[in-house]
Design a protein around this ligand. Structure first.
Ligand code: 2P0
Length: 353
């Protein structure tokens, strides 16, 4: 019985990421293989992140998980894929303090308890599976001493949720779609580290905290099945934009960065509209924010702010520097005054000064 008393734990923290060239559409639903490359920026770890503690003990009788304190089921295929892939790569663990040795083959018999928390209100509609699966896979790899590099781990996180693979790295990240049928070359690589473009300030304007009506998973399935624009986007548009975006990031070229980011967000939402039945993620307030930013950028002659919207109405606004961020907040407060019908909750993110 004495030997059953030990518990080994590991905690990890992972921020969410925002795509500037969007992932929308899978070519393999089980392995989660995308129809195009995507590029994202990972937020600073102190905002919008997931903290996950994983524990292993011979006294645990089954794998269990709690999300924000509430037990959730681990029976889904995506959780099972991640657990299976990590267990397969587990190594030997020696814990001298505890007088403990877990051999490679022991991991198959040992059960896990997993506790995960989001540091942002889940009700704000910003909950993202991206940080969650990235954090889970990273924490498990540490716990089990899996000797894989970040890109290999990203390919495992990808099987939890596509966008999760990009959260294994900070800074700017590319998810390479890959060619292999087994998905082994569909993984994330870092394009630039998190200090590379320190001037950028990201502001998230919470337009609505309501849950979205169409999940990303079913939305993109319907787009792949019905949207001709998606076919054009995948073949003709994204490959060129990926090259241009990499160049813009490398050169701190905000004008190109903003033009590409806004255009790609707009095309993603156009694909949603081109889907049958059409999917609407943005609302009137989202459209007003786009108008406001477009007019301001035009007035200045050179872009000050880029906007991008994911599968919901909330705006992610990326300003070129701190000065532009202050002006942006002033504009948002002016056009969307608090306590009006269209007030916004803004989260300032990535302000390093
Ligand atoms: C992205 N989105 O690139 C795109 C842009 C939303 C719009 O990745 O089915 O939750 O788990 O792979 O990753 C949201 O989709 O979908 C997403 P699954 P996921 O960030």
């Amino acid at each position: 019985e004495e030997s059953k008393r030990w518990v080994r734990m590991m905690t990890a923290q992972t921020p969410t990421n925002i795509a500037v060239i969007k992932y929308w559409g899978k070519r393999d639903e089980t392995l989660i293989l995308p129809v195009n490359d995507s590029i994202s920026v990972t937020l600073d770890p102190d905002h919008l992140c997931t903290t996950t503690t994983v524990a292993v003990s011979p006294s645990f009788e089954e794998d269990r998980m709690w999300l924000n304190g509430k037990e959730i089921s681990l029976s889904g295929g995506r959780f099972q894929s991640c657990l299976r892939e990590i267990r397969r790569r587990a190594g030997d663990v020696e814990d001298r303090e505890k007088g403990l040795r877990i051999g490679k083959s022991d991991w198959e018999k040992l059960h896990l308890h997993i506790a995960s928390f989001n540091n942002f209100p889940t009700a704000a509609g910003l909950a993202s599976s991206a940080a969650g699966f990235a954090c889970l896979v990273f924490a498990l790899a540490k716990l089990m001493n899996a000797k894989e590099d970040q890109s290999q781990l990203s390919a495992i996180a990808r099987q939890g949720s596509g966008s999760a693979c990009r959260s294994l790295f900070g800074g700017f990240v590319k998810w390479i779609m890959g060619n292999d049928k087994d998905g082994s070359d569909s993984l994330a690589v870092q394009l630039a580290h998190d200090k590379h473009w320190d001037d950028l300030v990201i502001i998230i304007a919470v337009v609505s905290s309501r849950q979205k009506e169409t999940s990303s998973t079913s939305g993109m399935r319907e787009s792949v099945e019905t949207s001709l624009l998606l076919q054009h986007r995948v073949k003709e548009v994204v490959p060129k934009r990926i090259v241009q975006m990499e160049e813009a990031i490398k050169n701190h070229d905000f004008a190109s960065f903003a033009q590409l980011t806004c255009a790609d967000s707009n095309q993603f939402h156009a694909v949603c509209l081109d889907t049958c039945p059409p999917i609407f993620y943005m609302n009137d307030t989202s459209h007003r924010i786009i108008n406001c930013v477009e007019k301001w950028n035009r007035l200045e002659g050179t872009p000050q702010v880029a906007y991008t919207f994911d599968a919901g109405p909330n705006a992610v606004l990326i300003s070129r520097d701190r000065k532009a961020a202050v002006q942006l907040l002033q504009r948002l407060l002016f056009y969307f005054p608090p306590n009006s019908d269209t007030d916004l909750n803004s989260y300032v993110i990535g302000d390093k000064s």
